[in-house]
Design a protein around this ligand. Sequence first.
Ligand code: PNS
Length: 165
Amino acid sequence: MRRAIFPGSFDPPTNGHLDIIERSLPLFDEIIIAILNNPDKHPLFTVEERCDMIREILPLVKNGKCEIRVDSFSGLTVDFAKKSNATAIVRGIRAVSDYEYELRMALMNRRLDPEVETGFLMADEEYSYVSSTLMKQVFMLGGRVAGLIPELVEKRMREKLSTPE
Ligand code: PNS
């Protein structure tokens, strides 16, 4: 059983995330999309909202026979991987600029748990500039994000931003 986790903030999930998920599916028997519960970062969406959104958009990915689960975690990624009996961490690389941060994280994670291997997948160049942060910023300022995030995510952002806190 080859089980991997794909950890991230997913605030919100983008088409770039879906692209990485789709690319990872043929490589593993089970993928756990692991959403970091980090209230200190003041996310736009609660961890429950992010879990629900990802579950709702998962039918957009082409899947053969990989099991996909969605879960949230707090604390260290390697601890979550261990607890889940996963032997790999999947991360997406969009451009060279991602590499330095990702390398540091992968090496730290390897030091923390040498039994968990990090694998990098290259996102489609179409999404090389797509990040959750940029999507939120452009959307909030009235820019067009269609084609870069799933329609459902755009709808949830519209609902969220028109609802007074
Ligand atoms: O989508 P993001 O924000 O780039 O994901 C970053 C994430 C969640 C993978 C990273 O911040 C993380 O692993 N956080 C959990 C805490 C941890 O394990 N830190 C040590 C990793 S070097």
